[in-house]
Write a protein that binds this ligand. Structure first.
Ligand code: PLP
Length: 370
């Protein structure tokens, strides 16, 4: 929409993507993974960053791309991407199966229903991941059923097989030890098969889960500059924000002690103060539950939000930003003209995670690439 200055959307909110930062973060994942191959996880429109743009930026770096929908995988092929593509939930319906072979897509097989669909199909994929449920109890065959599923896949002519599992608590104190033990006691019966276990958190925290040169890790959030760990900031991990949500002040109010701000009057001034009104609200994807005190940067100063987030606006404290006026730049998260604010910090204040913030940004904020 905002192709030229003349037809640019005048409302000042922008979603700026720094794909050089994505490449930088990928190289961090590479360092963490050692010789292990890397799927770049670009599901959910690359966590809100744009799957095609992300795939273009990573095409020469990643060993393959992991996402959900067969349709999106085909769209990548049609744009010329040749690398392996992993469908993280496999296929959902029989009509997808013919495309798996035709477009060289690797489905995750996690349920007997998929085996039934495969055995009824006339064309089958050359490769598949067999998902083992090692304790998350979301998708996958229990270890005692996984061996039979594997043999069934082989009998159906699916020859290029990888064993996978997913960790429920790689980001928590519980860790991965029990799931890893469960997985290994199954996988050691198939020493010739590659494995794929680690997500971002496991890559960072549990080197023993990364695998070797024939194996694959599956980092997502760390590529986008979010920390998967509550106790370690993205910056400490050497990650850079890819997405910056930025806007400008469109109004300034001067409050007297006792004045209140916004719907419900949730914030009340205890002294005279200046308040900035930012062109960004929950209809742009900013979390509505972000309370007073959520970090935000205005005119280069790190400050806090005030009161309830509205659909189209939110308020911030300008007490420490005397130079701020209408038109001053504001950073909601990322690294922008208004200052730098970690998405993880905004998410933590709002009781969310950065994944959620990134995925929630709406089309109303025009996108720009740098
Ligand atoms: C989303 C997903 C990942 C990536 O997880 P991050 O925490 O973003 O690194 C890895 N594996 C599977 C199966 C997933 O669904």
């Amino acid at each position: 929409m905002q192709k030229t200055a003349a037809n640019a959307v005048a409302r000042p909110i922008r979603l700026r993507m720094d794909f050089a930062a994505l490449r930088h973060n990928f190289s961090k994942a590479r360092q963490l993974a050692g010789a292990t191959k890397l799927w770049a996880v670009i599901k959910a429109n690359a966590y809100g960053h744009g799957q095609f743009q992300a795939a273009r930026a990573l095409d020469d770096l990643a060993d393959g791309f992991a996402l959900l929908e067969t349709e999106n995988a085909i769209a990548l092929r049609e744009r010329g991407h040749q690398k392996p593509i992993l469908l993280l939930e496999g296929f959902f319906a029989p009509r997808e199966i013919a495309a798996l072979a035709r477009f060289r897509l690797t489905p995750v097989i996690h349920d007997p229903a998929q085996l039934e669909m495969l055995s009824a199909a006339s064309e089958r994929p050359a490769s598949a991941y067999l998902k083992v449920n090692t304790g998350m109890n979301r998708l996958g065959f229990r270890p005692e059923a996984a061996g039979a599923a594997l043999r069934q896949l082989e009998a159906l002519g699916v020859r290029d097989l990888t064993l996978m599992s997913h960790f429920a608590e790689a980001d928590a104190a519980t860790g991965v030890a029990a799931q890893l033990r469960c997985f290994q006691s199954f996988a050691e019966c198939f020493p010739h098969l590659p494995v794929s276990l680690a997500n971002s958190a496991a890559l960072i925290r549990f080197p023993e889960s990364r695998g070797g040169p024939n194996d694959w890790a599956r980092p997502g959030i760390l590529l986008y500059g979010g920390s998967p760990l509550a106790d370690v900031a993205a910056q400490q991990l050497g990650l850079r924000p890819v997405m910056t949500l930025e806007s400008r002040l469109i109004g300034v109010q001067t409050l007297a002690a006792g004045d209140r701000v916004g719907y419900g009057g949730l914030f009340q001034a205890d002294r005279d103060m200046r308040v900035g009104i930012v062109a960004c609200g929950y209809a742009d994807g900013y979390p509505r539950h972000a309370p007073t005190g959520t970090p935000i940067a205005a005119a280069g100063v790190l400050t806090r939000t005030l009161g309830r987030v509205s659909m189209d606006m939110l308020a911030c404290d300008l007490s420490c930003a005397p130079a701020a006026r209408v038109g001053s730049p504001v950073t909601l998260w990322g690294d922008g003209e208004g200052g730098a604010v970690a998405a993880d910090a905004v998410a933590a204040a709002a009781g969310a995670i950065s994944y959620e913030l990134f995925c929630a940004v709406t089309n109303r904020a025009p996108r720009e690439e740098v």
